[in-house]
Write a protein that binds this ligand. Structure first.
Ligand code: ZN
Length: 447
């Protein structure tokens, strides 16, 4: 009994010790098997889990059972009755309580020796310093906005030397999990080294919609009939009303129209609950998907913490719709990413005007064809806006100012926007006039 209370009864960490006390062919760089690694994991290593929902519950359980001794969890939500089928740390009498608090309590009760500190708040409410305190951050989120936010915080920690070399000690590793129905992903992000969340934003395509012509002319599925009633019929027949998905009468009308249309085209399968699902865009949450993705994320966290194995490189997708399929892809960093990169280096004359500098950018082979009428900003301030006309007029006077006047003595990073660019182009401006570099070398020589 006493041994159980300490959490270190005989054999308690046997499986973990298999990984930490033995050499192997795929261990990470610098790994030397030693019992101290487990001590480090249990006593010193700090992991933050963001989200205490479907993925979060699984992550907390997995991390605690994998030997992580200090876990913090942050979540702004309270427990809803509809969570209980998969968010297994919660019970009926917990409904209405904060997820983070209850999850922390339950994990500590079940896994002896682990400390879980809950934070019931929005991630934006914590200062950046809070996030700096953890060795690794594991994300169990369901929103793009929250991921982007935390990604930009973590990438803002990155520091580059004067010659553009990344200071490795400023890297805060992240492991990101995501699930949608029977599909999911797990990925490892080493900001500044592997692609950050922003580098691969294209991985999250906009929500799929049906072409209106299909809905109007050639419906082939129950969902087509429902979307026809939703997007076309409502506007035609109930012009003065705004559709409210939570109004039962509205939803019933929607269902009846969809059903009529389905009968007309000989399509079966329109039901009231499908109508709700399509109109509200509900994707069912699947407990097993959460379990698989969280397991993968926890294992990656363990690898990063202990180096007992080389880590995932760098994105694993999981598809469980038909059979089980996984595939791991090594995505590449976007060298001009506005969030994690230093920016594309461009040498310019400190005395050249902003207008001349922009012409230099347009002429630069590396951006050929991508820039025509660029807008330029520096540290959040618009230096020149090509559009709209009112902003163009307000910023036009900067065109004749010199770069040193606008950016300061050392140059700096400017963000370049252009209609032809997919995103923002980050440009690192270094001055190549006679004054700076040779002087620096003289000083070094003299010292
Ligand atoms: Zn990036």
């Amino acid at each position: 009994m006493g041994a159980m209370d300490t959490g270190n009864m005989e054999g308690r960490w046997r499986d973990l010790d298999y990984l930490l006390l033995r050499q192997g062919n795929i261990v990470g760089p610098g790994f030397e098997p030693a019992p101290e690694i487990r001590d480090f994991l249990q006593d010193d290593f700090k992991v933050l889990v963001i989200g205490a929902g479907g993925l979060g519950c699984e992550l907390l359980k997995d991390l605690a059972l994998s030997g992580f001794g200090h876990i913090d969890v942050i979540d702004m939500d309270t427990i809803d009755v509809s969570n209980l089928n998969r968010q297994f740390l919660f019970r009926m009498h917990d409904v209405g309580k904060p997820k983070a608090t209850v999850a922390a309590e339950r994990v500590m009760k079940r896994v002896k020796g682990v400390t879980v500190i809950p934070h019931h708040c929005r991630i934006e409410e914590k200062p950046d310093e809070f996030y700096k305190d953890f060795h690794i951050i594991v994300l169990g989120l369901d929103s793009l906005e929250a991921r982007s936010y935390i990604n930009s915080v973590v990438c803002s920690f990155l520091e580059y030397d004067a010659d553009g070399t990344l200071d490795m000690s400023t890297i805060k590793p992240m492991v990101d999990g995501g699930t949608e129905g029977f599909k999911g992903h797990a990925r490892v992000i080493l900001p500044g080294v592997t692609p950050c969340f922003h580098c691969t934003l294209w991985l999250f395509p906009p929500q799929t919609t049906f072409p209106l012509c299909t809905l109007a002319e050639t419906p082939r599925s129950p969902a087509h009939c429902i979307e026809y009633a939703h997007l076309i019929q409502w506007g035609q027949e109930r012009t003065s009303e705004t559709f409210d998905a939570d109004n039962p009468e509205h939803m019933k009308w929607m269902y009846e129209q969809a059903l009529k249309r389905a009968e007309q085209f000989n399509i079966s399968g329109v039901t009231y609950s499908l109508t709700q699902g399509v109109v509200k865009n509900i994707i069912p949450a699947i407990a097993s998907t959460n379990a698989i993705i969280a397991a993968s994320c926890s294992l990656e966290a363990l690898k990063i913490a202990t180096m007992c194995s080389s880590g995932m490189d760098n994105y694993m997708m999981y598809v469980g719709t038909q059979g089980v399929y996984t595939h791991t892809v090594s995505y590449e960093k976007d060298m001009s990413c506005i969030v994690c990169s230093l920016g594309v280096p461009v040498h310019a004359d400190a005395d050249s005007t902003l207008d001349q500098f922009m012409k230099q950018l347009i002429a630069d082979d590396r951006f050929s064809g991508k820039l025509s009428k660029p807008s330029v900003s520096h540290l959040g301030e618009n230096l020149y806006m090509a559009a709209p006309p009112i902003l163009e007029e307000m910023t036009r006077e900067n065109l004749s100012k010199s770069l040193v006047e606008l950016l300061g003595e050392k140059g700096g990073t400017v963000n370049v926007n252009d209609k032809k660019l997919a995103g923002v182009l980050r440009v690192q401006v270094a001055f190549s006039d006679a004054a700076s570099e040779p002087n620096a070398m003289d000083t070094a020589g003299a010292g």
